[in-house]
Ligand binder design. Structure first.
Ligand code: SAM
Length: 217
């Protein structure tokens, strides 16, 4: 999915992935990963209400391509914010929440300094296979000292529907995160039910949640 695809989505308000409140699996499983964490990084964060939920527990750094998403996040959450230009990024700041608006692939370790937890909901599964590999490589470069990822993924028969969201089964997660400790924390049966603002006619649809502990490199 190239940048233009997502800019169009935001421009046209086509936000089928958007949650109205914090994800139930985040609420349920954050306690399983939060011990010893200083700061959380949320890649491809959109304007997710998960950012505000996380900010009750930890300082949050998000990364998002769309200026519309960043601005709307603070406006909709009624949070006063400042914006400044920092090289190729715009930096949005409000209380415990910092957002880097720009290309995730251009981030450096300094942008997410202090983060030892990553929360991924609808980021990995938003990308086609080749980009998923680049995305995970980049995450691993950004957190060279290790840390945990709380990952919410999705599984369905890929031939029944085009992504995004894409199906990313456990076998692929094990390949992508080779060398990491991967624990399936839980799953949610969504077949025939809604997925955020949409409903998919796939013969099965399961949301899965993992704790992935990255080894230091
Ligand atoms: C499916 S949405 C999910 C947003 C959010 N995680 C949520 O749960 O609502 C994927 C988001 O990734 C953003 N995105 C896509 N490619 C990006 C990139 N290269 N850098 C930063 N953000 C990107 C899109 O603009 C979009 O907001």
């Amino acid at each position: 999915m190239e940048a233009e695809f997502w800019h169009q989505r935001w421009q046209n308000n086509e936000l089928g992935f958007q949650l109205d409140e914090a994800h139930p699996l985040l609420r349920q499983y954050l306690p399983a990963v939060i011990a010893g964490k200083h700061k959380v990084f949320v890649p491809l964060c959109g304007k997710s209400p998960d950012l505000s939920y996380l900010a009750h527990y930890l300082p949050v750094i998000g990364a998002e391509l769309s200026a519309i998403a960043c601005k709307d996040f603070f406006l909709e959450q009624a949070l006063p914010f400042n914006v400044s230009q920092q090289h190729t990024f715009h930096y949005y700041q409000s209380g415990a929440i910092d957002l880097w608006q720009g290309d995730f692939f251009a981030l450096t370790e300094q942008h997410i300094s202090g983060c030892n937890l990553i929360y991924d909901r609808a980021a990995l599964i938003a990308l086609p296979l080749e980009m998923r590999q680049q995305y995970v490589q980049k995450l691993r470069k950004l957190m060279p000292k290790g840390g945990d990822i709380l990952l919410i993924s999705l599984e369905y028969p890929q031939h029944e529907k085009q992504g995004p969201p894409f199906s990313v089964p456990c076998s692929e997660i094990k390949t992508l995160f080779a060398g990491a400790e991967i624990i399936l924390l839980g799953s949610e049966e969504l077949t025939g039910k809604g997925f955020a603002r949409r409903r998919f006619a796939t013969s099965s649809l399961i949301e899965t949640v993992y704790r992935i502990t990255l080894p230091p490199v």
